[in-house]
Design a protein around this ligand. Structure first.
Ligand SMILES: Cc1cc2nc3c(=O)[nH]c(=O)nc-3n(C[C@H](O)[C@H](O)[C@H](O)COP(=O)(O)OP(=O)(O)OC[C@H]3O[C@@H](n4cnc5c(N)ncnc54)[C@H](O)[C@@H]3O)c2cc1C
Length: 406
């Protein structure tokens, strides 16, 4: 493994970019993160972090921080539309820990971003610059150069070992530097809010997460005790024209009959904080790098969040790419191997996420067959069915180098 310092620029300080910065810094790289926003900002609220990503975060030294704000649900209650009780409660908690070697937790995304940022600040070899509005990356035959204006409006020109676009689903690096595709609108939006726990505690478990199915829509709810609230994400269909014209109303455009469900009704009646909506986009591209410029996280593979794996895949990307960037002789070799390792796995996760949407949103009479199968499979079937996701160990992926002591 090479040990001399390599300078790597990361565009975007989201979950993926910050995880990569931390992982690289632990290997001894010099890391510069350029973020457009004026500070760490995470829109929305809840985030589920499954065992495969939690292992990586623990390895990066975040275990104590996560233990202070993350909650570990004992199970996932699945409640079909209009049902009063869960059809099945899929085991999480201790069962996941034992089987996959790390917990499955839920948290406020701002807490995770804050913990990653705080951890990055401890490394003198990480420089995070905020308020960088314009970044130009140019590819040459033998590398890439980067030109940007820092927050003090000074022009900076650099020729790093690699530039990594962690700039989200609408990635400028993907579209402009790699001539990659625009993100595609999925037809659905996520409505997000947080709701007081007390008024809902008769209907919803405070030890479990809840997945509510409906015809053409669904919702996910779980307690985030560090914020004293239930996190709610409600997913509904909305036409692209409405989004483009900015004519989406302030509240979830309610699908017909939604209030027939006691669970949806209770959520809507108690959403005192109001809702924010988030159009869901996906990215499908085989081009994850050009020369020494690569992509991670949503920039490479944005997906609908119906398997709760978008951020998790970004964290895995970071773990795999950091070791390759520090152990391969050139960035091109590192990125080529990274893409070959990651693309098939991530594509499979994208597919299962989209397929979950079909299952969650079924209408009667298809729901009868679906509910029977899910009930018959029982509370443990997911442990086997999803073992390829939760049991994956990115820390021991091929090509991984030994980390320098931090
Ligand atoms: C409702 C909902 C629920 C979800 N739940 C889960 C879940 O439970 N578990 C899970 O794993 N995933 C979940 N996801 C997906 C997850 O939120 C995303 O996959 C993840 O946040 C993507 O992280 P990222 O760092 O790749 O991108 P982003 O979070 O989009 O970060 C990109 C960063 O780059 C910056 N940036 C953009 N352009 C530029 C530029 N040109 N120059 C400089 N900076 C730039 C942005 O300001 C931003 O800070 C959910 C998504 C939604 C919508």
């Amino acid at each position: 493994m090479r040990t001399e310092s390599r300078t790597i620029y990361i565009i975007g300080a989201g979950i993926a970019g910050l995880t990569l910065a931390l992982a690289l810094a632990k290997f001894g790289a010099t890391v510069v993160v350029l973020e457009r926003a004026p500070g760490i900002h995470e829109e929305g609220a809840g985030l589920q972090i499954s065992a495969n990503a939690r292992k990586i975060l623990d390895h990066l030294g975040l275990s104590d921080a996560l233990n202070t704000f993350a909650f570990e649900p004992a199970a996932l209650d699945i409640v079909p539309f209009e049902a009063k009780k869960p059809l099945v409660s899929l085991m999480l908690g201790e069962t996941i820990r034992e089987r996959f070697g790390a917990p499955y937790t839920v948290m406020h995304r701002a807490d995770l971003a804050g913990a990653l940022y705080k951890a990055c600040r401890r490394f003198a070899n990480i420089d995070i610059q905020f308020g960088v509005e314009q970044v130009d990356v140019e590819l040459h035959t033998r590398g890439a150069s980067i030109l940007f204006q820092d927050a003090a409006k000074q022009n900076i020109n650099a020729r790093p070992f690699a530039v990594i676009g962690a700039d989200g689903v609408h990635s400028q690096i993907r579209r402009e530097v790699m001539d990659g595709p625009d993100a595609r609108y999925s037809g659905m939006v996520a409505w997000r809010t947080m709701v007081d726990i007390d008024p809902l505690s008769d209907l919803f478990s405070t030890t479990n997460s809840t997945l509510l199915w409906g015809p053409g829509f669904h919702a996910v709810l779980y307690p985030i005790f560090a914020h004293g609230k239930f996190n709610v994400a409600l997913f509904t269909k909305i036409k692209k024209t409405q989004i483009d014209r900015g004519t989406v109303l302030q509240n979830p455009s309610l699908p017909r009959g939604l209030m027939r469900s006691p669970h949806f009704k209770a959520i809507l009646e108690n959403a005192a904080m109001g809702w924010t909506y988030w159009p869901l986009y996906g990215v499908s591209t085989n081009v994850w790098h050009r020369g020494p410029v690569g992509l991670i996280g949503d920039a490479a593979h944005g997906m609908v969040p119906f398997q709760a794996q978008g951020a998790v895949m970004g964290i895995e990307d970071a773990a795999v790419l950091a070791s390759l960037l520090m152990s391969k002789p050139t960035a091109l070799e590192a990125l080529t191997e990274y893409a070959a390792l990651r693309r098939p796995r991530v594509r499979k996760v994208q597919q299962i996420s989209a397929w979950n949407g079909e299952i969650y949103h079924m209408s009667w009479p298809l729901t009868m067959g679906r509910d029977l199968v899910v009930w018959f499979q029982g509370p443990k079937a997911h442990l086997k069915r999803l073992a390829w996701i939760y049991g994956y160990d990115a820390l021991h992926a091929p090509g991984r180098a030994e980390a320098n002591p931090a």
